[in-house]
Design a protein around this ligand. Structure first.
Ligand code: SF4
Ligand code: MG
Length: 319
């Protein structure tokens, strides 16, 4: 349960005043047991920072995060993190960087088990082979080195390691972005299969809406450190409400090469050192109105289970 999450990094000073980089601004969302929330936005929108905060790697500067009923923000942070750490895991984008090339694969997979110190040698080795099988790799992969595997196989190894201690919640930060398209589908299918079998919850981070469509029950769209729209998958793809969501959907490549290239979002992501006043998207929005330049649109419920932050929807009847 995430409420009003804020994150600001010190970024030097100007005229004697400290300058802060506000990467997250008042983020709120929930992820239920066995559920996947897709978090989508351009690079620099704050997705990875959000993921890092949710597994306890980064401490936010404001707001609250509760995991399994325990607050990992505020005074009890350390004790709560110690209590829930084994239930949290993180899968990063780049399987090359995530594995130590000098370590045998079995050693890498067993790392969380070795740190936890909960298994005998025999149990540990059995568990490694069981994990390899779980992610669709031969049991004897344990004795080989990362360079002997393809990118997709390496991501399977990374996933096996993430599952070593049977977590309940896994942050997947662009887990397929570094893979080619056919590999992407295989890894996504694996992640969904594992979710079914183990009852996992995911925060699934991606920079485009195409990948998330396959995995997430709910989707939150981020722009410049804020959530601009969140909805159930079907509703979001069928009827996107926020102009930024619509632009992202138009930017999804179409399979038909004969069609004209759809419009992409024009302009650039604004600087978080001096985010635009009012609606942060107003510098790129095709529907910008006078009030958008000064009044911040609040994220509000536009239909049951559906929230959008845009002045165009003010006063609109629920869909
Ligand atoms: Fe566009 Fe205004 Fe809506 Fe922002 S609030 S997305 S600028 S119409
Ligand atoms: Mg990122």
């Amino acid at each position: 349960q995430v409420r009003d999450l804020d994150m600001a990094f010190p970024a030097g000073s100007a005229r004697g005043q400290p300058v802060l980089l506000h990467v997250l601004h008042k983020l709120s969302f929930d992820i239920g047991p066995g559920e996947t929330l897709g978090l989508v936005g351009e690079s620099g929108s704050g997705k990875s920072t959000t993921g890092r905060i949710l597994v306890g790697l980064t401490e936010p500067t404001g707001g609250s995060v509760k995991l399994f009923g325990r607050s990992i923000t505020g005074p009890g942070r350390r004790a709560s993190l110690a209590a829930v750490r084994a239930r949290l895991q993180f899968v990063f984008q780049d399987p090359h960087a995530a594995l130590d090339p000098r370590l045998r694969v079995g050693h890498s997979i067993a790392e969380p088990i070795d740190i936890a110190g909960t298994h005998s040698r025999r149990e540990r080795n059995d568990r490694v082979r069981e994990l390899l099988e779980l992610v669709g790799l031969p049991r004897d992969s344990a004795d080989r080195f990362p360079h002997e595997f393809s990118g997709g196989q390496r991501q399977r190894i990374v996933i096996a390691r993430a599952l070593a201690l049977a977590p309940d919640f896994v942050v997947c930060d662009e887990p397929v972005s570094a893979l080619d398209v056919s590999m992407q589908a295989q890894i996504i299918n694996l992640l969904m299969d594992l979710q079914q079998r183990m009852g996992l919850s995911y925060l699934f981070i991606a920079h485009d809406l195409a990948v998330v469509r396959a995995v997430a029950q709910r989707v939150a769209v981020m722009y410049a450190g804020t959530i601009v729209e969140s909805a159930r998958r079907e509703a979001l793809y069928a009827q996107p409400q926020h102009p930024y969501t619509r632009a992202l959907l138009d930017a999804v490549p179409r399979p038909d090469p004969g069609r004209a290239r759809p419009p992409v979002v024009g302009g650039e992501v604004p600087s978080l050192l001096a985010p635009p006043a009012g609606c942060r998207f107003h510098t790129r929005c095709p529907h910008v109105m006078a009030r958008c330049r000064s009044e911040v649109p609040l994220l509000r419920e536009t239909a049951p289970g559906r929230q959008t932050a845009c002045h165009l929807l003010d006063g609109a009847p629920p869909a």
